[in-house]
Unconditional design. Structure first.
Length: 219
């Protein structure tokens, strides 16, 4: 049995594939845990700033404090593999620093927050923030965020035809397709019976992530 630590956040669409992969790993006898941001209080009142992108980038996507958070969590309960959301670059940096096998889980390859997109202000902000964070942590600069993904066993729960066109040209990207919940049926009596059934995408992703538990990190 291997231990997997999923590091994620509620960014809109990124948690469902992570939950399905975790369920598949647990069904295979592995242990999974979660490290994420605190839940927002129900009585919270907030007015969005005119441009929230800089705040999201600084606090969530490229926050060097996430390295300490991952380190502290692993000190309390070690894990064999980190499964990190693609937009948590601080947590991906933690895997490098701690020399742990990691899987970069990409729910979609967003052109606005990743990849070589010099005309997109968010892409430039993110790249600048990542390199500033890397400098703080003693890591080298990168040319674009996808360079980080490519170094961390990336699995992408999408199809190349649905995402930013340049992503299809990255050889390290492992496109596994959407990971969906099993369908529900209104009429149970009319449900198609099958001898073997599996959640689409989750077993394939679990195969790749499970294999990381048997590898040694090389940085």
């Amino acid at each position: 049995m291997s231990k997997f630590l999923f590091v994620t956040w509620d960014g809109g669409g990124n948690q469902p594939p992570a939950r399905r992969i975790a369920a598949e790993l647990e069904a295979r006898g592995h242990d999974t845990r979660w490290l994420t941001l605190p839940e927002t209080p129900l009585d919270l009142s907030a007015v969005p700033p005119p441009d929230r992108s800089p705040m999201v980038i600084a606090r969530i996507m490229a926050n060097p404090a996430h390295v300490d958070a991952v380190r502290a969590d692993l000190a309390a309960a070690p894990a064999d593999v980190l499964v990190v959301d693609c937009l948590l670059f601080g947590a991906l940096a933690a895997a490098w620093i701690l020399e742990l096998p990691a899987c970069c889980l990409v729910h979609t390859a967003p052109g606005g927050f990743g990849g070589p997109d010099p005309g997109n202000p968010n892409a430039q902000r993110l790249l600048t923030a990542i390199n500033e964070m890397h400098s703080t942590l003693g890591l080298g600069p990168v040319n674009d965020p996808w360079q980080i993904w490519a170094a961390d066993n990336p699995v992408i729960a999408s199809f190349p035809e649905l995402d930013a066109p340049p992503a299809a040209e990255v050889p390290e990207f492992d496109w596994i397709g959407p990971i969906l919940d099993d369908p529900t049926y209104r009429d149970a009596a009319a449900r198609l019976q099958a001898a073997i059934s599996a959640t689409p995408g989750a077993p394939g992703a679990a195969d790749r992530i499970e294999a990381l538990a048997q590898t040694r990190a090389h940085r």
